[in-house]
Design a protein around this ligand. Structure first.
Ligand SMILES: *[C@@H]1O[C@H](CO)[C@@H](O)[C@H](O)[C@H]1NC(C)=O
Ligand SMILES: *[C@@H]1O[C@H](CO)[C@@H](O)[C@H](O)[C@H]1NC(C)=O
Ligand SMILES: *[C@@H]1O[C@H](CO)[C@@H](O)[C@H](O)[C@H]1NC(C)=O
Ligand SMILES: *[C@@H]1O[C@H](CO)[C@@H](O)[C@H](O)[C@H]1NC(C)=O
Ligand SMILES: *[C@@H]1O[C@H](CO)[C@@H](O)[C@H](O)[C@H]1NC(C)=O
Length: 506
């Protein structure tokens, strides 16, 4: 059988048997309790068992030949324990000829400091039973790991490969103080399904200037367990291209206690995968915030998030020179504010001041238009492209709409002249663009179709019109489908008539 097919069969076998058979396998006779494999401890290895419970550590104390090791581990398929090969003289990992799965503890799998090691091909058939598992492969001075870096089954795992004769180059890069000296100054980093660019254990004192060459990342960026204050060492990073499979690894910035900003000033393009872009931000400095430009970039692609512990930064400067204002009251707001931070409420007290909103492109907050007496349409929002909020203001609950039209008297036309992106709330992610329209004096939608069209135009997942969804409204009697088929009939009849006329005129 082809090794890859074999791999898949074993994988499916493992998924289907789950862990019950594994714990049964831990019977007394298949356990190994010694620290490392040596000429004396090897006597305790249960050579007849396919599944062995215990750790398998080959180290500098391992005083056995490769043949002896191969004989001992000839039956081992499932290691219910962790695996380490460090400071040995072995040349090939084929000393574990039948191994298929191993468990992975917090340290991950370690293959390091083996000066003779050249052959790790067998790793293509190893599968960590506990995932995500970091595969640390470093400082093996004769090892060319390039083919491993490209192997489809291996790149589904999380690689940490550096300091070998050859490493993964500009794919699957993990940067931490030990790997940094081996980093090739990449302009583009690509990678597998889990990895791509991960940065940890560095601080503002670490020289990360090599990253200033980086222009694009295809896959996910993860920055965690660092002492960084911001990520502005990415001076030229323009594009992050989302990946399809994001089981463990989404663009994620977490556990950086000093991080207050992203500072990704050059980032202009996020290319989402089919279902959007996944971002997680958690456990950073309590004051962590995203700039208006960054927030705009994220909300345009309609990102997904499980955690987004951030506010919008209050600083009023933007690199593009556009004007940012902090909203206190509409009547005292400067005119020409292109970005407004705060919840915008238009009501009977301030509906005459709405011209101040003519330049507004983005509102970082919610938008409520309620109890107005004279407002007829939204023509004053000449430039508004999106409304998005990160804060739970206005006593909004988790399912609150970001845009609301409530109890207005004359308001007849709810069309925003330039709205281009669905409204966004970090608190109701499954309902992006949720808009509530209630108790207004004018009939805003005659029929289901008017409501649906409005919903489509706003790229909204749901419109709630007087407590009903669009689909709950009455369909129009002469719906366009009926009209179209009627029009079609008229066209056909008129063609027939003109044919008859021509025939008879001869
Ligand atoms: C590896 O080989 C070197 C040089 O022959 C030797 O000094 C060392 O003890 C060997 N290490 C192991 C773990 O066998
Ligand atoms: C790299 O491995 C060699 C053995 O090949 C060892 O002597 C050396 O200390 C290791 N280097 C580091 C930085 O750990
Ligand atoms: C980013 O952090 C550095 C310190 O590492 C600081 O000098 C710089 O001003 C910060 N930049 C931003 C935009 O916060
Ligand atoms: C990588 O960039 C750093 C800083 O810009 C520089 O000092 C180093 O020589 C570069 N290394 C390579 C291999 O180009
Ligand atoms: C509704 O308002 C939009 C934007 O102001 C405008 O383009 C459109 O003509 C208006 N529709 C009607 C029926 O007045």
């Amino acid at each position: 059988m082809q090794p890859k097919v074999l791999f898949f069969c074993n994988f499916i076998f493992y998924v289907s048997t789950e862990n019950s058979e594994l714990s049964d396998a831990c019977e007394e006779k298949c356990q190994f309790k010694d620290e490392t494999i040596t000429s004396s401890s090897i006597k305790n290895w249960p050579t007849t068992c396919e599944s062995v419970c215990g750790n398998l550590y080959l180290t500098s104390e391992t005083d056995l030949s490769e043949n002896q090791l191969k004989e001992t581990f000839g039956n081992l398929k499932y290691l219910i324990g962790s695996l380490k090969v460090v400071h040995t003289n072995i040349t090939s990992l084929s000393v574990l000829p039948k191994l298929q799965t191993y468990y992975c503890d917090e340290e991950g799998l370690i293959i390091a400091h083996n000066p003779m090691l050249t052959d790790i091909k067998i790793m293509e058939y190893w599968y960590p039973e506990v995932r995500p598992c970091i595969l640390h492969i470093y400082n093996n001075s004769k090892l060319d790991s390039t083919h491993l870096c490209e192997n489809f089954y291996v790149i589904q795992q999380d690689l940490d490969v550096y300091g070998n004769a050859r490493d993964c180059g500009c794919s699957n890069v993990r940067l931490h103080p030990s790997s940094l000296p081996f980093y090739r100054n990449c302009t583009r980093i690509t990678g597998g399904l889990r990895g791509v660019l991960k940065i940890s254990e560095v601080s503002d004192q670490t020289d990360l200037s090599a990253l200033s060459n980086l222009k694009s990342i295809t896959g996910n960026l993860e920055v965690y367990n660092t002492e960084l204050q911001n990520l502005s060492f990415f001076k030229n990073l323009q594009t992050i291209n989302g990946q399809l499979f994001q089981e463990f690894s989404i663009t994620s910035i977490h556990d950086n206690p000093k991080l207050t900003r992203l500072g990704l000033d050059s980032l202009t393009t996020l290319i989402p995968m089919e279902k959007g872009f996944s971002i997680a931000i958690a456990n950073n400095h309590p004051d962590f915030c995203v700039s208006t430009s960054e927030f705009q970039l994220f909300t345009k692609v309609g990102f997904h998030t499980e955690q987004f512990e951030a506010t919008v930064c209050r600083n009023l400067e933007r690199n593009d020179g556009q004007k940012v204002c902090y909203l206190e009251k509409l009547s005292t707001l400067d005119s020409n504010c292109q970005h407004i931070i705060g919840d915008v409420i238009i009501n009977n007290d301030n509906e005459n001041d709405v011209e101040t909103l003519e330049d507004t492109i983005m509102i970082y907050g919610s938008l409520t238009i309620e109890h107005t007496a004279n407002l007829k349409d939204l023509g004053f929002f000449k430039n508004l492209e999106q409304v998005g909020t990160l804060s739970k203001s206005l006593g909004f609950n988790d399912k609150a709409p970001v845009i609301r039209f409530l109890s207005n008297e004359q308001l007849q036309n709810l069309t925003f002249p330039r709205m281009r992106y669905a409204s966004f709330s970090v608190f109701s992610l499954e309902k992006q663009g949720f808009v509530e329209i209630s108790d207004n004096s004018q009939t805003l939608f005659q029929h289901r179709n008017d409501c649906m069209q409005y919903q489509t135009r706003l790229k909204s997942s749901e419109i709630k019109y007087n407590g009903h969804s669009c689909l709950q409204l009455e369909p129009a009697l002469d719906s366009p489908a009926v009209e179209r088929s009627a029009r079609c009939e008229i066209v056909i009849i008129s063609i027939l008539v003109s044919c008859l006329v021509q025939i008879f005129s001869f």
